[in-house]
Design a protein. Structure first.
Length: 113
């Protein structure tokens, strides 16, 4: 057991010699296989009037989301980010993103603007 003070936040002192500090371990959601994912591809306006392609509806871990985002960005040849359960690709690449996702086995469709 580590005795790191960050693991014990909220507990100052205990007189019980058998006391075990309990930390809330965040459970990472299990990543669904591509055939069970329902992804929606949106066009969104960012600050300054820029447009971005946004993929929403991904169910899974942050690492898998980042890996999918990296693959989409590389295939489109643009930048972007993957966080908070969505992938943001710079520019209007909806058709290309939907094509890439369906080739990878995901269920993806165009939504919104």
């Amino acid at each position: 057991m580590t005795n790191d003070w960050k693991d014990r936040l909220g507990v100052v002192f205990s007189t019980n010699p058998d006391f075990k500090y309990e930390t809330d371990a965040e459970e990472t959601p299990a990543t669904l296989d591509p055939a069970r994912q329902n992804l929606k591809v949106w066009l969104d306006r960012l600050k300054g009037g820029r447009v971005a392609t946004v993929v929403r509806g991904f169910v899974g871990s942050g690492d898998d989301l980042a890996a999918l985002g990296k693959e989409l960005k590389k295939s489109c040849g643009v930048g972007g980010t993957a966080k908070d359960g969505e992938i943001i690709i710079q520019g209007d690449h909806r058709d290309r993103v939907i094509e890439l996702l369906t080739k990878a086995g995901y269920r993806a469709k165009r939504a919104g603007g």
